[in-house]
Design a protein around this ligand. Structure first.
Ligand SMILES: [Zn+2]
Length: 202
C-alpha cells in the first residue's frame, strides 16, 4: 500500500484502483485489467504493487489464443529434467538469455515456441542431448540419456500394449485376439505404465 503521494505530498493512504484496459499485442487488441494507486488529492496515478500486471495478463491471453506455452509450462518442463536454463539454452542453440526471459513472462516468438514444443517431446530432447552432449553436465547427461531412452522404450511398449488390447494397431493381427488372462495382464501393465508416461507431459 502506498502511504503518500510523491506528486503533491498528500500524506494519507492512496486508493487502489482497477480499470479495464486494452493492450495491443502483436497487432491484436486484448482486454486486461490495470491496477494502480490514485491520489485522491491531485488524481495522480501510480503503478501498482498489488501483484497484478496487465501486460502479463494480456500476454497470457495472447499465448492462450495462439496455443503457445505459458512461462510456468516451460519452467516446469525444464526443472522436471533437472536442466539449468544455461544447459537448455545451449541444447536449443540459444545463446542469449531468451529462455530466462520467457520463463519470467516475456512473450516468445512463434518459431521459439515451436522449437520448445519440439524439444518437449522426450525423443527429441534425447536427440538434442546426443547431438550436443557437452551442453549438459556429465553425471546429469548419463542419467537423462538413460531416463529418456527408457521413456522411449516405455512409450513403444505402451503403444504395443494399447494396440494389442484394442486390436486396432498393427502390433498384433486380429486373428490373435487376446484371451481373458492376457487382457487382465495388459490392463495391469497399462495401469503401471500410464502414470509414468503421463508424468512426462504433466
Ligand atoms: Zn497527489
Amino acid at each position: 500500500m502506498q502511504e503518500f503521494c510523491f506528486n503533491c505530498d498528500y500524506e494519507k493512504e492512496l486508493q487502489p484502483k482497477r480499470e479495464p484496459v486494452t493492450i495491443t499485442v502483436r497487432g491484436e487488441p486484448i482486454s486486461a485489467t490495470k491496477e494502480f494507486y490514485q491520489c485522491p488529492n491531485c488524481g495522480h496515478a501510480f503503478t501498482s504493487s498489488l501483484g497484478h500486471d496487465a501486460l502479463d495478463e494480456a500476454y497470457r491471453e495472447y499465448r492462450r489464443r495462439h496455443g503457445m506455452l505459458q512461462p510456468e509450462e516451460i519452467r516446469n518442463w525444464r526443472t522436471q529434467y533437472g536442466l539449468t536454463q544455461s544447459e537448455l539454452s545451449t541444447l536449443l542453440g540459444w545463446l542469449d538469455p531468451s529462455l530466462s526471459k520467457y520463463e519470467n513472462g516475456a512473450l516468445q516468438e512463434e518459431t521459439q515456441d515451436t522449437l520448445l514444443k519440439f524439444a518437449m517431446e522426450p525423443i527429441n530432447l534425447l536427440q538434442l542431448i546426443k547431438r550436443k552432449p557437452e551442453a549438459v553436465a556429465l553425471d546429469k547427461r548419463a542419467r537423462l540419456i538413460e531416463q529418456l531412452s527408457s521413456n522411449q522404450s516405455l512409450a513403444k511398449h505402451l503403444e504395443y500394449l494399447y494396440a494389442a488390447y484394442w486390436g486396432n494397431g498393427t502390433a498384433i493381427s486380429s486373428e490373435k485376439k487376446l484371451d481373458f488372462e492376457k487382457k487382465d495382464f495388459l490392463i495391469k501393465q497399462l495401469q503401471i505404465l500410464r502414470p509414468i508416461s503421463n508424468s512426462q507431459f504433466a
